[in-house]
Design a protein around this ligand. Structure first.
Ligand SMILES: [Zn+2]
Ligand SMILES: [Zn+2]
Length: 124
Protein backbone atom coordinates (compact mmCIF):
# COMPACT_ATOMS: atom_id res chain seq x y z
CA UNK A 1 0.00 0.00 0.00
CA UNK A 2 1.28 3.49 -0.82
CA UNK A 3 0.82 6.65 1.23
CA UNK A 4 -2.17 8.69 -0.04
CA UNK A 5 -0.27 11.95 0.57
CA UNK A 6 3.33 11.46 -0.51
CA UNK A 7 2.96 8.17 -2.43
CA UNK A 8 5.84 6.48 -0.64
CA UNK A 9 5.41 2.90 0.59
CA UNK A 10 3.69 2.30 3.89
CA UNK A 11 4.87 -0.29 6.40
CA UNK A 12 2.81 -2.40 8.79
CA UNK A 13 3.10 -1.33 12.41
CA UNK A 14 1.68 -3.53 15.11
CA UNK A 15 0.33 -2.43 18.45
CA UNK A 16 -1.36 -5.00 20.60
CA UNK A 17 -3.45 -7.03 18.16
CA UNK A 18 -3.94 -4.11 15.82
CA UNK A 19 -1.89 -3.61 12.66
CA UNK A 20 -1.94 -0.18 11.05
CA UNK A 21 0.02 1.18 8.09
CA UNK A 22 2.54 3.96 8.58
CA UNK A 23 4.22 5.87 5.76
CA UNK A 24 7.98 5.32 5.59
CA UNK A 25 8.45 8.94 4.50
CA UNK A 26 5.92 11.39 5.98
CA UNK A 27 4.99 9.01 8.87
CA UNK A 28 1.29 9.57 8.33
CA UNK A 29 -0.78 6.64 9.62
CA UNK A 30 -3.62 4.82 7.91
CA UNK A 31 -6.22 3.23 10.18
CA UNK A 32 -8.78 0.78 8.86
CA UNK A 33 -12.36 1.18 10.06
CA UNK A 34 -12.53 1.59 13.87
CA UNK A 35 -8.80 1.00 14.40
CA UNK A 36 -8.23 4.62 15.42
CA UNK A 37 -11.01 4.37 18.01
CA UNK A 38 -9.66 1.08 19.36
CA UNK A 39 -6.11 2.38 19.55
CA UNK A 40 -7.23 5.62 21.14
CA UNK A 41 -8.52 3.59 24.09
CA UNK A 42 -5.26 1.64 24.47
CA UNK A 43 -2.48 2.74 26.81
CA UNK A 44 0.76 3.92 25.14
CA UNK A 45 -0.67 3.49 21.66
CA UNK A 46 0.66 6.95 20.75
CA UNK A 47 4.04 5.20 20.43
CA UNK A 48 3.04 4.26 16.86
CA UNK A 49 2.99 7.97 15.97
CA UNK A 50 6.74 8.42 15.49
CA UNK A 51 6.69 11.24 12.96
CA UNK A 52 7.64 14.86 13.37
CA UNK A 53 4.48 16.93 14.02
CA UNK A 54 6.04 19.82 12.05
CA UNK A 55 6.27 17.61 8.99
CA UNK A 56 2.73 16.40 9.68
CA UNK A 57 1.53 20.01 9.58
CA UNK A 58 2.97 20.46 6.09
CA UNK A 59 1.36 17.27 4.85
CA UNK A 60 -1.91 18.26 6.52
CA UNK A 61 -2.23 20.98 3.85
CA UNK A 62 -2.56 18.33 1.15
CA UNK A 63 -6.23 17.51 0.94
CA UNK A 64 -6.70 16.25 -2.59
CA UNK A 65 -6.00 12.61 -1.85
CA UNK A 66 -7.51 9.23 -2.56
CA UNK A 67 -8.05 6.27 -0.28
CA UNK A 68 -5.01 3.96 -0.33
CA UNK A 69 -7.30 0.95 0.05
CA UNK A 70 -10.20 1.53 -2.30
CA UNK A 71 -9.16 4.68 -4.27
CA UNK A 72 -12.28 6.68 -3.36
CA UNK A 73 -11.54 10.38 -2.71
CA UNK A 74 -10.82 11.01 0.95
CA UNK A 75 -13.01 13.53 2.76
CA UNK A 76 -11.43 16.04 5.11
CA UNK A 77 -12.95 15.66 8.54
CA UNK A 78 -12.61 17.91 11.58
CA UNK A 79 -12.49 16.24 14.95
CA UNK A 80 -15.63 17.20 16.89
CA UNK A 81 -13.75 17.44 20.19
CA UNK A 82 -10.64 19.17 18.85
CA UNK A 83 -11.42 21.32 15.87
CA UNK A 84 -7.73 22.01 15.13
CA UNK A 85 -7.29 18.37 14.14
CA UNK A 86 -8.11 17.60 10.54
CA UNK A 87 -7.88 14.11 9.29
CA UNK A 88 -8.97 12.45 6.09
CA UNK A 89 -11.60 9.76 6.04
CA UNK A 90 -12.88 7.39 3.38
CA UNK A 91 -16.66 7.34 2.98
CA UNK A 92 -16.49 3.95 1.30
CA UNK A 93 -14.25 1.74 3.49
CA UNK A 94 -14.30 4.09 6.53
CA UNK A 95 -10.54 4.17 6.95
CA UNK A 96 -8.85 7.26 8.41
CA UNK A 97 -5.55 8.96 7.62
CA UNK A 98 -3.74 10.94 10.32
CA UNK A 99 -0.69 13.03 9.55
CA UNK A 100 2.38 12.69 11.76
CA UNK A 101 1.64 13.90 15.29
CA UNK A 102 -2.11 14.00 14.81
CA UNK A 103 -2.84 10.68 16.43
CA UNK A 104 -0.93 11.72 19.56
CA UNK A 105 -2.93 14.94 19.62
CA UNK A 106 -6.20 13.08 19.01
CA UNK A 107 -5.41 10.72 21.84
CA UNK A 108 -4.36 13.34 24.38
CA UNK A 109 -7.78 14.89 24.25
CA UNK A 110 -9.32 11.80 25.81
CA UNK A 111 -7.10 12.20 28.84
CA UNK A 112 -7.79 15.91 29.09
CA UNK A 113 -11.51 15.30 28.76
CA UNK A 114 -11.33 12.60 31.37
CA UNK A 115 -9.56 14.92 33.80
CA UNK A 116 -11.99 17.72 33.03
CA UNK A 117 -14.91 15.38 33.64
CA UNK A 118 -13.40 14.20 36.91
CA UNK A 119 -12.87 17.77 38.13
CA UNK A 120 -16.36 18.70 37.02
CA UNK A 121 -17.87 15.86 39.02
CA UNK A 122 -15.92 16.79 42.13
CA UNK A 123 -17.21 20.33 42.00
CA UNK A 124 -20.84 19.25 41.92
ZN1 LIG B 1 3.54 9.70 3.26
ZN1 LIG C 1 -11.50 3.54 1.17
Amino acid sequence: MDCPKCLNPMEAVEFGEIVVDRCTHCKGIWFDMLQAEHLKAMKNSESIDTGDPEMGKDFNEIDDVNCPKCSAPLIRMVDAGQTHIWYEGCGVCHGLFFDAGEFTDYKEETLMDFIRDMLGKERK
